[in-house]
Design a protein around this ligand. Structure first.
Ligand code: NYM
Ligand code: MG
Length: 206
């Protein structure tokens, strides 16, 4: 049986990732494909609950330590991800290790290279869709929320880090377009992927 594809959405806050992830899963299911939505952080686990209280500012955690917890949250879901992919389910993932690195490395005194290390060896995405939103368009979308990191100065540093992490095979989507246009573009890219043979699941940053 053909394995499922690992499709990752990345981008700054307010880039429309969550909306587009849901729409993609819905359209794949309508076409009779097996697809499921996942997200990181996955806030339902014990580690995820800690991350949630950190993001909601109800708990402070030392910067390196919280980075490792975000990474541990991905590792704890690795067996489930691999199982589903092997069952032929395509996983559409709202944020992944790239967010982990881009957000932590936006802090003072933590290098991009240090940030990448704990995630080395995680399942390698077959496709990374980067939703690139301008700060003007993001601001028009009606203010950031109340969570940690949801401030324009931080988002600007995060955007620069994403640029440093970007690889040649990333699909960069102009997320300033209408929701429908973004969706069409994503569907084209994903249907190309679904028509290709997938190699054996790779390992991230190895
Ligand atoms: N975030 C997300 C991190 O700082 N490190 C990570 O590893 C991941 C996956 O959490 N501002 C940050 C980015 C977001 C925040 O994400 C919560 P969301 O998609 O708004 O739930
Ligand atoms: Mg958010």
């Amino acid at each position: 049986m053909r394995r499922g594809a690992l499709v990752v959405f990345e981008g700054c806050d307010r880039s429309g990732k969550s909306t587009q992830c849901k729409k993609l899963v819905e359209s794949m299911l309508e076409k009779g494909m097996k697809a499921e939505l996942m997200r990181f952080p996955e806030r339902s686990t014990v580690i995820g609950k800690l991350i949630d209280s950190y993001l909601k500012n109800s708990k402070d955690v030392q910067d390196n330590a919280i980075h490792l917890l975000f990474s541990a949250n991905r590792w704890e879901l690795k067996p489930e991800m691999e199982r589903k992919l092997n069952e032929g389910v395509t996983l559409v993932v709202d944020r992944y290790a790239y967010s982990g690195v881009a957000f932590t490395a936006a802090k003072e005194g933590i290098s991009l290279n240090w940030c990448k290390r704990p995630d080395v060896g995680l399942p390698l995405p077959d496709l990374v869709l980067f939703l690139k939103v301008s700060s003007e368009a993001a601001e028009k979308r009606g203010g950031f929320g109340e969570e940690r990191y949801e401030k324009s100065e931080i988002q600007a540093r995060v955007a620069k880090n994403f640029e440093k992490l970007q690889e040649n095979d990333w699909e960069i989507i102009n997320a300033d377009q209408s929701m429908e246009d973004v969706q069409k573009q994503i569907q084209n890219v994903v249907s190309n992927l679904m028509n290709q043979d997938l190699p054996e699941l790779g390992k991230l940053w190895t």
